[in-house]
Write a protein that binds this ligand. Sequence first.
Ligand code: ADP
Length: 155
Amino acid sequence: MKIAVFPGSFDPITVGHVDLVKRALPLFDKIVIAIGINASKKYLYSLEERMAHLEAVFVDYDNVEVDTYEGLTAHYCTKVKSRYLLRGLRNASDFDYEKTISQLNNIVGDGIETMFLIAQPEVSHISSTIVREIIKGGGDASPFLPKEIWGMLNS
Ligand code: ADP
């Protein structure tokens, strides 16, 4: 069984993330969307909220699982018997950052391969960071958010 781990913060999940997962589904038997817990990072949404967002978006997908993990992504992959990471590339700065992380994960994870999909032009400008700024500023971020979570963000 070919399992990919899609690691990230998902603070919050955007239509860019959803597009990436949907495009990667034909390539794998299962995709585990895994929220990495980083104690030193400040999040807008709690871990429980982010889990609930992901679960709401992918409720109808039998081959998508949602989980959380602490520690190294490569160790988490071993735990869930995955040899593949999924990441998206929006621009050159994503590439520079992801290249190093991917090479490290390949060593630490004993051959783990990171599969990159280039963001579709329609969503390549979308990031959780800008969505958080819009929400904090009282703007309408709904064009960037999956509709399944529209009602969950202001509660
Ligand atoms: P992290 O904190 O690990 O960067 P994110 O939740 O911001 O977590 O992103 C997780 C992954 O999703 C990254 O690989 C990122 O490149 C990808 N991603 C984020 N936004 C988009 C988008 N609009 N289109 C394609 N991929 C995206």
